[in-house]
Design a protein around this ligand. Structure first.
Ligand code: GLN
Length: 499
């Protein structure tokens, strides 16, 4: 190996993390691909309830990483937290498997199993996701030019899993017979265990810092009493019971999640902006973080319809019959990740080719919102004047996912690194929390917007009636389009505030 290839080659640890994350996303997106179908076709929830539950579930999925990241930094270290999170998620999938077995014979037990399975998934994701992402960066020295490409490779791992999960789980679970959904959960759980086994076997040997020391072990000053196996198992169980309660309360008792998220954002804003040690330049940078976090809400709340209203649309309104095979509706959730794998290298090349003309981060994010609006405009056109009950070609959903993915590639990786770059060291984690909270808010909102899906009913949004699919999809065009225009206008001001 020459010196040059050696310097661009990546440490083996990156591929261990790649494989582990791939299996975890396989489990998460595989399960998500059939989630609303399972709710509406096996558990017989109506679409409004299923949509709201989807929003609460995915919203909480983005909230618990705040807890998992905090515990890992202070007490458990990344490795232990990832393994614990993976095991919790696998348990969640197996509980859902039992739920899928019992839903006909014992509806009461299956309802409890359902909420419990989701709670374990939420708790597990909180320990898994933030910690594996932070390990990737720790493989390199600060300022190592390979870090960006490491995250790009890691993003590929996410999406290989995101493409395979819905495909495999859809194949075994989304067969047209609701009794088969359980196999999708089983497949997801097995995938998750493969991820846990990969990390368990390979972490100590390969996931090393630049000096060759194993990464993500117990933090030096962590109190020993928090590391006792009994304490760990007990607290993970207590946390999972809490998340089961949180999702149950939000969908069944009182929808508190929006208020909680807004209160958290306001509290963080107060803490950061009232800090006297920050310079006005630093405060300007923090203001940029809050502004872009606000705009991504409009992106993800429309984008994440994938697992909800767009899956209803795939199931009921898309002609999936190829003549020799009927494509399962869940397969459409593979498309986004498949397009990421295809398009990510093209986008990277494009930005590089543009050189000095490469747009600023806020402009790219505005472009992301614009592409998202364009995707919805495409599908709104596809369903225009289509009579209820008539199915449209798969080309509309496929084309829309292509445009949505192009938008994701403009917005998602850029937003995350922007937060990293702009945050004052003192508030790095807290401002990352703002980003996660914005994602949580967007996902919760996605559920609420999916509940407006028009299947024979008329709903109203800010005085406008939504009676058909064309109007429904146009709502997202207006929402993302308006956000995009405003962000385009603000972009140069934000750029000045960042410099
Ligand atoms: N699809 C990516 C993942 O699962 C990004 C999703 C997001 O940031 N909302 O990690």
């Amino acid at each position: 190996m020459t010196e040059r290839t050696k310097s661009i080659a990546h440490p083996k640890g990156l591929y261990v993390l790649f494989a582990t994350e791939m299996w975890e996303r396989f489990n998460y997106y595989g399960m998500r691909a059939i989630l609303v179908l399972f709710m509406t076709k096996a558990l017989m929830f109506d679409k409004v309830f299923a949509s709201n539950l989807y929003g609460s579930y995915t919203g909480l999925i983005y909230l618990t990483p705040l807890v998992g990241g905090y515990v890992a930094d202070r007490y458990w270290g990344n490795k232990r937290s990832i393994l614990a999170g993976g095991i919790l998620m696998a348990i969640g999938e197996f509980i859902l498997f039992f739920c899928g077995m019992l839903y006909e014979s014992n509806p009461d037990a299956s309802s409890w199993l359902f909420f419990s399975g989701l709670g374990f998934m939420i708790a597990g994701n909180g320990f898994f996701k933030p910690n594996i992402s932070s390990l990737v960066g720790q493989l390199y020295r600060k300022g190592d030019t390979r870090t960006d490409s490491a995250y790009t490779i890691f993003y590929m791992g996410i999406n290989v899993g995101g493409a395979l999960g819905p495909f495999v789980c859809g194949l075994v679970g989304d067969t047209g017979n609701p009794a088969d959904f359980k196999w999708a959960f089983l497949a997801g759980g097995i995938g998750m265990l493969l991820g846990v086994a990969t990390l368990k076997l390979l972490h100590n040997k390969y996931v090393l810092d630049p000096e060759g020391k194993t990464l993500g072990l117990t933090p030096d000053n962590a109190p020993k009493k928090f590391l006792k196996p009994l304490f760990m198992v007990g607290s993970l169980l207590a946390f999972s019971i809490l998340t089961i309660g949180l999702i149950y309360a939000d969908v069944k008792i009182f929808s508190y999640l929006f208020y909680l998220l807004i209160a958290s954002i306001l509290l963080i804003a107060f803490i950061v902006f009232s800090d006297k040690s920050l310079s006005s330049l630093e405060k300007k940078k923090v203001a940029v973080i809050f502004t872009v976090s606000f705009f991504v809400i409009f992106f993800w709340s429309a984008f994440e319809q994938a697992g909800a209203s767009l899956t209803f649309f795939a199931e009921e309104q898309t002609n999936r019959d190829l003549g020799f095979y009927v494509v399962p509706a869940s397969f459409f959730q593979s498309l986004n990740s498949t397009f990421v794998v295809i398009l990510a290298p093209i986008f990277a090349f494009l930005w590089l080719k543009m050189g000095k003309r490469e747009p600023s981060s806020p402009t790219k994010m505005a472009m992301g919102l614009f592409l998202l609006a364009l995707g919805y405009l495409w599908i709104a056109f596809g369903v225009k004047d289509v009579q209820p009950g008539v199915k449209v070609s798969m080309i509309w959903l496929t084309g829309m996912y292509f445009m949505h993915t192009s938008g994701e590639l403009c917005l998602s990786p850029i937003g995350l690194s922007l937060v990293n770059k702009l945050a004052p060291v003192k508030f790095a984690s807290l401002l990352m929390a703002v980003w996660f909270t914005a994602n949580a808010f967007a996902n919760k909102l996605a559920g609420v917007l999916s509940a407006l899906y028009p299947d024979g009913k008329t709903t109203y949004v800010m005085g406008f009636a939504i009676t058909n699919l064309n109007e429904y999809f146009m709502m997202f065009v207006v929402m993302a389009g308006t956000a995009s225009i405003i962000l385009f206008i603000l972009a140069s001001k934000l750029k000045k505030m960042m410099d």
